[in-house]
Design a protein around this ligand. Structure first.
Ligand code: COA
Length: 180
């Protein structure tokens, strides 16, 4: 993609880190996304398992559902984060969706997470008119809790023994953001 093709933020008020671009992921990104998902910090905050392969990621991208949006953030010529939104397929939940995301361990605290969540919520708000966005987050994931609270997400429930992480069970919060 040439520099001229980099799309600006969907929300004109969004402020992204200098040089950051956000675009849809493609099968050609499989290797870099596998490397991102294999980072220990990324795995610790998500439900990723160890040793993802590029083929497995490529199959996921190629089998992409029409109800999903999957974005990657690029900086310094590398993928430094990703974020996905799935609109629920059930007719009576079509006003709602869920998101998930992560940032490269070496690129945290630079505004990449804020840019990705802002862009995915702009799709949800401005282009899909979703009213409710849901997510789950480990109860000890302070950076993610701070990020989501900044965007208006609130804790709705405490999910006990939600996931197994590095030898122990870990709780999670279910969070949601309602647009009135
Ligand atoms: C959570 C995560 C996405 C944050 O991404 P990031 O790019 O580092 O975050 P940003 O620099 O955009 O910061 C955005 C906000 O997040 C919060 N935040 C980020 N790092 C934080 C930290 N170390 N401690 C507390 N809050 C933090 C703050 O509220 C911050 O807003 P502020 O800058 O106005 O204070 C990133 O740490 C990550 O990918 N972790 C591993 C995977 C993961 O946990 N994914 C989320 C699954 S639910």
């Amino acid at each position: 993609m040439s520099g001229l093709d980099i799309p600006p933020p969907l929300d004109p008020d969004a402020r992204w880190p200098e040089g950051l671009s956000i675009r849809a992921r493609t099968p050609a990104d499989a290797e870099e996304i596998a490397a991102l998902h294999n980072l220990s910090g990324y795995r610790y905050g998500t439900l990723r398992t160890p040793h993802h392969t590029p083929d497995e990621i490529r199959n996921g991208i190629e089998g992409h559902s029409a109800n999903s949006f999957s974005l990657v953030a690029e900086l310094d010529g590398h993928i430094v984060g990703d974020c996905g939104l799935t609109r629920f397929a059930n007719h009576r939940r079509a006003h709602a969706g869920s998101i998930g995301m992560g940032v490269h361990d070496a690129y945290r605290c630079r505004g990449v997470g804020r840019a990705l969540v802002g862009e995915i919520l702009a799709i949800a708000d401005r282009w899909l008119n979703l009213k409710r966005i849901e997510l789950t987050v480990y109860t000890d994931n302070e950076p993610a809790l701070g990020l989501y609270r900044n965007f208006g997400f609130e804790v709705e429930g405490h999910l006990k023994t939600f996931g197994f992480r590095d030898g122990r069970y870990v709780d999670a919060y279910s969070m949601a953001r309602l647009r009135t």
